[in-house]
Each structure stands twice: as C-alpha cells, then as structure tokens.
Design a protein. Structure first.
Length: 356
C-alpha cells in the first residue's frame, strides 16, 4: 500500500508542475513564495525524475501483500449446497460438526477434525464421547453455539428449517441431500465431501475397498440364493419402507438386489423411511423382505417377525413362502455400525436364513 500512496503523491506533483509549465509557455517557470525573490525552478528533466519506477523494496512489499490476500482467499471454496445456496466453506476447517451419524462417519473416513456428535452416534469409540448436540431430528442449537464450529454439515431432510439458527453460530453451513450424493449414499458420501477438503486420496481408497467388499458379498448372495428383488421395512403403526437413497437402501444396491420402493415418494425428503402401502408390496411381490429390529431384545424381535409371518395379508408373498422374510440385527443401523459392517452383517443374515 505504501508504494501506491507514493505514486499518487508523485503523480499529483507532476500534474501541478506540468500545468504551471503550460501556463508560462516556457520550459522553465518561476514561482515566488512569501514575497521572496528566490526562484524555484522545475525543469522537464526533474519532472521526468518524479515519475521514476517504484523501488525493488516497494515492489516486494506489494507482491507480498497481494500474495497474503490470495492465500487467504485460497483457504476457502465457494460451493452450492443442496438448498441452492452459495456457501463459502474453509478448505481446511479446524472445528467440524456433522448433524447426522452418516455424515459423521464419512468425515471420520477422511480424517476431518470433529468437535461434537449427534446423540444417536454409537459407532467409533474415539468419537462416542464427544459433546452431544442432541438428536439429528432435534438439534440443540445452544449446544451447537457452545462448540464454536467453523463448519457445519447438515441434512436437508432434518435441518433445512433451522438454516438461520445454524448460521448464527458463525460457522459455514453446508446442506447435503442423500438423493443427490450418488447411487450408494453411505459410500458415496465420502468422496462427495472429500472433494471440498482435498482429501480425494483417502476417499478413493475407501471407495475401492467398499467396492471390493460389496463385489464379493454380492457374488455370494447371487450364487447361493435366487433373490433378485427386495424391500427393507420398519415396523410401527404404519408400514414404512427404506428408499434407495438411504443407508438401508444402499445395502440392497450394494448386494445388487433391486429395491421395489419407487424414488420420490411423498415424505422422501424428510426421512430415509417412507410410508409404503401393503398392497404395493403385494403387487411387487419381492423375493426378500428384511425387517429392521427396533431393539436388541431377541424376544421382541422374534415377536415382530412372527407378527408379519402370521398376517394373512402376507401369506401369499414369495418372500414368506420361501422363508425369505428375515429380521435384521439391531446392529445394522447407520447410527451403530460402519457401512462395511452393515453390509457384511446383512449379507451374512441373508445367506444364513434365506430359504430356511
């Protein structure tokens, strides 16, 4: 900045001097000050001297200043999130907060510095004891503020309504949409996020490993069973099915089992499980029906499975007739297991119980 100030001053002097020369009509102009007869002469040669190039030291100082500004800007990247917002996020954040278990686990895979967790997260012991910000669907905003994150990764399904509150934390807030991450959200989330933070190498290694695991398990399932189509259900007052763009739906995709649940059903933007009419299941007649366990109580899970088997509406389904109505273990859950563990356990359960 000093160089620019000096040049401005010098140029002003030149303008004044040249103007005076022009008024006098000669090469030399006499200026009187305080009534003194002493003359101050400004020649063309002196005018030329005033426009001299900035010194080497001044150029170095300016270059360093511009470099610092460029470096500071390079520490951020402007991206468009899944709420169509332009977000300026740090390339190397120091205090990251993810508001779902799946996002947390994806960030752990690329070694990001997490400062908090959602209450449901029960996977990696190194992160289970982090300060909680509440459940994914019931975020405690005051707990978020207390952690002073510089980046928040939020889900449009759960957190879109609290955008302004999250932004008041002072952090960059980025919203993701599982529907737009990739065909297999629990795997594709890793490279999706890694791209922003120059972690592509870690992401590539993770994806390669998951593809290798999935390929081997898929081969076993198709060699040992006749299962081609399936659905994963959540028991309750109403039947709810896992859509493809969810952690559970990803399990079917990785095992090359077609999910009978159509995309973009009502409610798909709010939950990984969507209401699904029994009649639609009967019409689709899937080869496999997996029921998610609501607890770790074997007796309770057995009762749930028997309820489905003994329901007259289900009796003619191929999955029921062929003993492919199977209860998934409680551990198969994005809050309690890594994607790899979820996939391995699901494949093992299918291979152990299908047709038996």
């Amino acid at each position: 900045m000093k160089m620019w100030k000096r040049i401005t001053t010098l140029l002003l002097t030149v303008v004044v001097s040249v103007g005076l020369v022009a008024c006098g009509g000669t090469e030399e102009t006499s200026l009187e000050s305080d009534g003194s007869s002493e003359e101050t002469m400004v020649t063309e040669e002196e005018v030329t001297d005033l426009t001299e190039e900035p010194t080497k030291e001044e150029l170095v100082e300016t270059t360093e200043t511009e470099s610092l500004l460029n470096d500071a800007e390079a520490d951020f990247v402007v991206v468009e999130d899944e709420l169509d917002r332009e977000v300026r996020i740090p390339r190397h954040p120091q205090r990251v907060l993810a508001l779902t278990s799946a996002a947390m686990q994806a960030l752990i895979e690329i070694e990001m510095p997490l400062v908090g967790k959602v209450e449901e997260y029960k996977i990696d012991e190194d992160y289970v004891d982090l300060p909680s910000v509440g459940k994914a669907s019931e975020i405690n905003i005051e707990a978020v503020y207390a952690l002073e994150p510089d980046l928040i990764i939020a889900a449009n399904r759960f957190h879109a309504s609290m955008t302004e509150e999250l932004e008041r934390s002072g952090a960059a807030v980025f919203f993701f949409d599982p529907d737009k991450i990739g065909d297999i959200p629990i795997v594709d989330m890793v490279p999706y996020l890694a791209e922003f933070f120059e972690k592509e190498e870690l992401a590539e290694a993770h994806v390669d490993h998951m593809e290798e695991v999935a390929s081997e398990l898929e081969k076993q399932v198709h060699e040992q069973t006749d299962i081609e189509t399936g659905v994963i259900l959540q028991d309750g007052d109403t039947i709810r099915a896992a859509q493809t763009a969810s952690g559970y739906g990803s399990l079917l995709t990785m095992l090359d089992i077609e999910n009978i649940v159509p995309a973009d059903l009502p409610g798909s933007k709010k939950s990984p499980f969507v209401p699904f009419d029994v009649e639609e299941i009967i019409v689709a007649d899937p080869d496999l029906i997996l029921i998610t366990a609501s607890s770790n109580d074997p007796d309770s899970n057995k009762a749930t499975l028997e309820k489905f088997k003994n329901d007259p509406k289900w009796s003619e389904l191929s999955a029921v007739k062929n003993n492919n109505l199977i209860m998934l273990p409680f551990s198969v859950n994005a809050n309690r297991a890594t994607p790899e563990d979820m996939l391995r356990t699901t494949a093992e359960v299918i291979l152990k119980n299908a047709g038996k």
